[in-house]
Design a protein around this ligand. Structure first.
Ligand SMILES: [Mg+2]
Length: 360
């Protein structure tokens, strides 16, 4: 049509069209591409890039916001997990992100995409799981959306929390000389995933169920996060969702520091050790490159750590382990193996969209 410019709907018509696929740029490359140059208002204290966004609703009163999407075949499998546990886990991911800021979960909205052929019972049982987590963690389920999905079950949880004493902890606050500490054990979830998906086998029934439980029924560390932030000077914190190597890498990057960790101090459960022994596998690989442990990884001054370790056992049963130090003189993460030299650790964490996704 002469003289009429077709509406561009805000698209930059001059933008170079490339033949790249999202797999070529990777998960983090895609996030960068989509969020570069975003501008925030003055009340947005933290935008994209931490476990939660932080929004100051009124002076000194902060809300935390996070969302997590789970897709059948990517984050869970209907073949190996009950709808109840799938529902629980969907909530656990978001709860863990709130915990990672030292916050308290308040309410959630859930969007659900279901293929038309989904059994009514599946949806009901899924919500028994979702609602039981909401009850246990004092979260109000206030709304959501339900849509038809062409092929797979999709669950998206949006969660809002707050900071009871006006304090929250970011990934970017680590200081040189900080002790690096982690709650619980690492790697069990990744081993559990390999067992449920048939990649590995475990004949010992007790070990099998413990590892699978670590994968299917993680317990977000909400009470632990609040306790840490309310009582101690925690400099940086996040949850371990992609494996220690990648996640500690985020703290290093965002705090502009390096980290030195000791291989023999990384907390690995007796069960994971026994499983790895019998299958001639290296438990460290699970702890470093595995994912979905949903433990808390944080840093604090050595004197604060001393105070913390004396109080922790009275409060919680799960262990607290000092695994290393933040260091301004090294780049990235260095690992010291028993009797071996210090070496740089490659980020081996799970990244979505990567074509060659080696998880070893
Ligand atoms: Mg997280």
């Amino acid at each position: 049509m002469g003289g009429y410019a077709a509406p561009t709907h805000g698209r930059d018509v001059d933008k170079k069209i490339t033949s790249k696929q999202v797999a070529d740029v990777g998960e983090f490359g895609l996030i960068k591409l989509l969020t570069e140059g975003l501008s925030y208002d003055a009340q947005t204290i933290v935008g994209v890039g931490d476990d939660c966004a932080v929004y100051e609703v009124s002076k000194g009163h902060y809300l935390l916001a996070t969302c997590d999407m789970l897709i059948d075949g990517v984050h869970f499998s209907r073949k190996t997990a009950s709808p109840f546990l799938i529902g629980c886990k969907a909530l656990a991911c978001s709860l863990s992100d709130i915990a990672a800021m030292g916050g308290r979960p308040l309410f959630a909205l859930i969007s659900l995409g279901l293929p038309e052929t989904t059994a009514e019972e599946f949806a009901q049982d899924l919500y028994v799981g979702i609602r039981s987590m909401c009850r246990d963690y004092h979260v109000s389920l206030v709304g959501g959306d339900t849509v038809r999905s062409p092929e797979r079950v999709v669950i998206d949880v949006s969660m809002i929390g707050d900071c009871p004493k006006g304090k929250y902890v970011l990934r970017s606050g680590a200081k040189p000389g900080d002790a690096i500490v982690v709650t619980g054990y690492l790697g069990s979830s990744a081993a559990g995933l390999e067992i449920v998906s048939g990649k590995q086998s475990e004949s010992d029934a007790e070990r099998r169920s413990e590892l699978i439980e670590a994968h299917l029924a993680p317990e977000p560390r909400c009470a632990h996060g609040v306790f840490l932030v309310e009582n101690f000077e925690i400099h940086s914190m996040m949850d371990v969702s992609d494996g220690l190597a990648g996640d500690l890498g985020h703290i290093c990057e965002q705090s502009k520091l390096g980290a030195r960790i000791h291989a023999d101090k990384i907390p690995i459960s007796e069960t994971l050790k026994a499983f790895c022994d019998s299958a001639a596998l290296n438990p460290l690989k699970y702890a470093l490159a595995g994912g979905e442990d949903y433990e808390l990884l944080f840093t604090l001054a050595p004197a604060e750590l001393e105070r913390l370790t004396s109080r922790w056992p009275d409060m919680f049963e799960i262990p607290l382990t000092h695994i290393g130090e933040m260091d301004a003189n090294i780049k990235g993460i260095h690992i010291i193996s028993a009797g071996r030299r210090e070496r740089p650790l490659d980020a081996q964490s799970y990244e979505h969209f990567r074509k060659s996704r080696e998880r070893e």
